[in-house]
Each structure stands twice: as C-alpha cells, then as structure tokens.
Design a binder for this molecule. Structure first.
Ligand code: CA
Length: 219
C-alpha cells in the first residue's frame, strides 16, 4: 500500500512519514501543492494525506483537481484549526475523512486502515482468502488458525495480494505498492519476498503468470 503525504511543515511531515512507514506503508512525501499534483498524476497511490494549508497550491485546489480528473483514491485531510468550515469545505470537495492537528499517530493509522478497507469494498476489518486470515490493525496473519511470522515487507506484499485476490498484479504494480521514491528495491527483491511467502504459506497460494505477474487464487 502506497501513500502520498502532502505536508509543508518539516517537523510534522517527518513525524507523519515515520509513523506511516512504521505502520507498514510505502510513503512519498511532498511539501507543496504543485508537487502533490505531479506525484498524483505519475504514481499509483492508494491514499492521499493532504494538508489544506500548502504553499504554491492550496490543498482544497489539489483535491478539487484530483476529483475532476476522476481519481477516486481515498483522501484524508489535515486541518490546522478545529474550524467547522474547513472540515465541511474539505468533505464537500471530495475528502473522505479529516484529522485536526496536532495529529495523533495511532488515530491517523486507524483512520488510514478504515479508509483503505472501505476503498477495497470491505466492511469487515479482517482480510481472508480461504484459510488465510490477515489482520491489518494487529499486523497478524494466521493460516488455518496458526499464526505465521512475516517480515514487514512480506506482510505488505501479502496484504496487497489478498486485497486483489483473483486478479493479476504486474511486477510493476507490486513494486509500486511496496516501495516509495527513496527506496530503490534490489532487482530481485520482489521474487525473494514471493519465495519466502510461498515457503511460509504453501506454494499454491501465489501463482506466477510468466511475463505478466502474480496472482493469489480466491480460496
Ligand atoms: Ca501547512
């Protein structure tokens, strides 16, 4: 899961980026509205965390342009003041949720999980494919009730495959969901993670479509 963070305050932005990365997301951080627009038009993000008071282009203008382009990704706005008008304007412009600064990182992570879950069309907090169950909040995976130990990347990769079970994901799509700009993956890193997941979960759970990508069969 890859998140774009648009926040001009260096200290807050740094704290949010670290917090979201610890929660297991790939995060790209931009510090003004124009950079946010460019990033949104060039990378496949799963969610946008958007400060409303941004230099060069206001957050509300970024949001309006995003929705005008038909981009449906969930947007969580950050407002500096607890002003009702800011929240109402933001929600009316197409935001899905808001947080008032100062931001509590645990609350941010919980709201991000809820937004991603709804965007994936799920009401239930747990993801399940056959006997495989993944709990995004607790960072726990069980197979037929038995806990499975996974690294942070393996967990993120498995979550992406489970969210799209039954569909084919290209190598580029999977890499884009796992790595932000500053993290250049080793050329075979994805294959290594897939290999580890197969060893832990059973080879049949992730199928390779040669020259195309990977898929997790439904059940
Ligand atoms: Ca700001």
């Amino acid at each position: 899961m890859r998140i774009l963070l648009a926040e001009d305050d260096p200290q807050l932005g740094d704290g949010l980026m670290v917090g979201l990365r610890q929660a297991g997301y790939a995060v790209d951080w931009v510090k003004d509205g124009v950079a946010a627009e460019l990033a949104l038009q060039s990378e496949p993000y799963d969610l946008l965390v958007l400060d409303l008071g941004l230099p060069r282009k206001e957050g509300l203008a970024v949001l309006a342009a995003l929705r005008a382009r038909g981009q449906a990704l969930p947007v969580l706005i950050l407002t500096a003041r607890d002003a009702v008008s800011d929240k109402v304007e933001g929600l009316d412009a197409g935001a899905d949720d808001y947080l008032v600064k100062p931001v509590d990182l645990e609350e941010l992570a919980a709201r991000v999980r809820a937004l991603l879950r709804r965007a994936a069309g799920r009401a239930a907090p747990l993801l399940s494919v056959g006997e495989l169950v993944l709990d995004p909040a607790a960072h726990r995976v069980t197979l037929a009730g038995e806990p499975i130990e996974l690294s942070a990347r393996e967990f993120a990769l498995l979550q992406t495959l489970m969210e799209h079970a039954g569909r084919v994901l290209t190598r580029a799509q999977l890499e884009a969901s796992l790595y932000g700009w500053q993290e250049e993956p080793e050329s075979n890193a994805l294959e290594v993670h897939i290999h580890h997941l197969r060893k832990k979960l059973g080879a049949e759970r992730i199928k390779t479509l040669r020259g195309v990508g990977y898929t997790m069969p439904k059940s």
